[in-house]
Design a protein around this ligand. Structure first.
Ligand SMILES: O=C(O)CCC(=O)C(=O)O
Length: 134
């Protein structure tokens, strides 16, 4: 369960280690208060992890995705749920503003017996600055 209850709280751009994320939104602020899901949408066609190095990091990759019309934004309300191919699809939740509260439950599913763990979610767990994805 992830709770954003402080100004600036964010996931930062990352991949998940498990392939699928079923996210149930427990509470969410208005879109104007942040907490909006952003993702690069061609993850079904290709695994974006491999693309990051070619682009030289997260920022140029996201800028290129935006230029190609692949950057999507989706605001969710309390009671919404969505499923994301989270291991192949770069995504983030935008920072929440002061006084905003967002809580989600992420049910994570693997697709196979082998698990590869990375470090792109470090910002989420306060393990790094999260500016680069591996
Ligand atoms: O809060 C969300 O909608 C996304 C959750 C997420 O990115 C994660 O748990 O890895």
């Amino acid at each position: 369960m992830n709770i954003f209850d402080q100004e600036g709280a964010t996931h930062g751009w990352h991949f998940d280690d498990p392939a699928l994320a079923l996210v149930i939104v427990v509470d969410a602020p208005a879109a104007s208060q942040g907490g909006v899901l952003e993702f690069v949408s061609d993850c079904v066609r290709k695994d974006q992890r491999g693309e990051l190095a070619r682009f030289g990091g997260v920022t140029p990759f996201v800028e290129a995705a935006q230029a190609d019309g692949l950057l999507r934004r989706k605001h969710h309300c309390a009671g919404d749920a969505y499923m994301l191919r989270a291991d192949r699809c770069l995504h983030r939740v935008t920072p929440v503003k002061s006084g905003a509260y967002r809580a989600i439950l992420n049910l994570a599913y693997q697709l196979g017996p082998e698990t590869r763990y990375g470090d792109t979610a470090d910002i989420l767990y306060d393990l790094g600055n999260g500016t680069e994805a591996a």
